[in-house]
Design a protein around this ligand. Structure first.
Ligand SMILES: Nc1ncnc2c1ncn2[C@@H]1O[C@H](COP(=O)(O)OP(=O)(O)O)[C@@H](O)[C@H]1O
Ligand SMILES: [Mg+2]
Length: 364
């Protein structure tokens, strides 16, 4: 079928609905905001509306009868043909294209653009026709990229800030408190002839100082394990597992490649994800055993925190105050990672995260 010069359509449908209906449909197609392109079973373009002209930059008369390949970047052409062949066999009449990935169109200028597209198929007397309805989503994709770049930057600033505060607490405050404790001990030892009450007070002060020093160290470590910066990821995770066991008395096994060294922001992300997953085990799981594993896999790093606790319905709607798993997903998403939460009431929970490493992201 072709658009005749007058703009009306020469389609099987319109042949049986001549006159007004043809003009009506042609008008409708051309007033649509979305690009509409129909191809026949040989992938030749038989219908191409005005919005498609604008999107692709090819005038109608230069694409009608041409292969759809003209509108696609070369690297997608083969996959697309295959896709259409499979779509034809599904019997589904219409669906979204791209399976959740961004697909690209090619303009006459050679420029590529991301688009949202859906495809439908129709059997006609002349064979199958496929119609694609598509929309340029350059702006949306750009805005998304800007948002995630911003989120990543905010995250990096937060980590830096936490590191600074943790260092101050650890190096300044804890050191001064320790010095104060030494002086207090000295005072107690010198105050041999002092009243009993003064002695008791000094002993009390020492206990209080011990407590305060421990709290300061703990707060600093929770803010940011300085081990992560000083010794690297594996020792920091070992420390995390050790404190988890101390706090919860739940057995926790760690399997991590000793050599595993990751650059920032990967090391912090892995650490924080394991930290949140373990915090959830402590808070919700009632588990008796936990396994943490972190391994280098081709192209990335894979981690898993598996417990044998009570489990939960992982796809139940999130409670408004529950931010932990959302933060975990967010952290992974910032690095293009993928999270799977495998859980079922009574069957324990496994939080699995795969993070691809950018070039130079992993030192080993
Ligand atoms: N390991 C786990 N075992 C059992 N339940 C869990 C586990 N991890 C998460 N959950 C459930 O998922 C919910 C959401 O977790 P999260 O987003 O971290 O929020 P929060 O820990 O603040 O409740 C928890 O309230 C809990 O019901
Ligand atoms: Mg939580």
């Amino acid at each position: 079928m072709h658009f005749s010069p007058s703009g009306s359509l020469d389609t099987p449908f319109l042949q049986s609905h001549p006159g007004d209906a043809g003009a009506l449909l042609a008008g409708l197609l051309d007033s649509a905001m979305d690009g509409i392109i129909t191809v026949d079973k040989a992938q030749r373009i038989v219908l191409y509306n005005r919005a498609a002209e604008k999107l692709f930059g090819w005038p109608r008369d230069q694409v009608l009868g041409q292969s759809l390949d003209r509108l696609m970047p070369a690297r997608f052409q083969r996959g697309h043909a295959e896709h259409i062949r499979r779509f034809a066999t599904t019997g589904v009449t219409s669906r979204r294209m791209g399976d959740g990935t961004v697909i690209y169109g090619l303009r006459a200028s050679g420029e590529e653009f991301p688009m949202d597209a859906s495809i439908s198929q129709l059997d006609t007397a002349d064979g199958k026709l496929y119609t694609v309805i598509l929309r340029d989503v350059t702006e949306r994709v750009r805005a998304q990229e800007a948002r995630s770049a911003f989120a990543a930057a905010v995250n990096a600033v937060r980590e830096e800030e936490k590191t600074r505060v943790a260092r101050e607490l650890h190096d300044e405050l804890a050191q001064s408190l320790t010095a104060l404790k030494m002086d207090t001990m000295w005072l107690r030892d010198q105050a041999g002839g002092a009243p009993l009450a003064a002695h008791a007070k000094l002993t009390e002060m020492l206990a209080m100082l011990d407590h305060t020093i421990a709290a300061t160290r703990r707060i600093a470590a929770d803010l940011r394990p300085l081990l992560l910066d000083d010794l690297g990821l594996v020792p920091a995770i070992e420390w995390l597992v050790h404190t988890f066991q101390q706090r919860t008395a739940v057995a926790c096994a760690l399997s991590a490649d000793e050599e595993l060294a990751l650059h920032e922001p990967y090391a912090t992300a892995v650490f924080r994800i394991v930290q949140e997953a373990l915090a959830n085990v402590a808070k919700h799981a009632c588990a008796s055993e936990v396994k943490v594993s972190i391994e280098r896999v081709p192209g990335g790093v894979a981690l898993a925190v598996r417990d044998n606790g009570r489990g939960f319905v992982a796809d139940a709607p999130r409670q408004p105050h529950s931010l932990g798993l959302m933060g975990l997903r967010e952290r992974a998403a910032l690095l293009k990672g993928h999270v799977v939460i495998d859980s079922e009431p009574g069957r324990g929970t496994c939080v699995k995260v795969d993070i691809p490493l950018a070039e130079g992201g992993g030192a080993s």
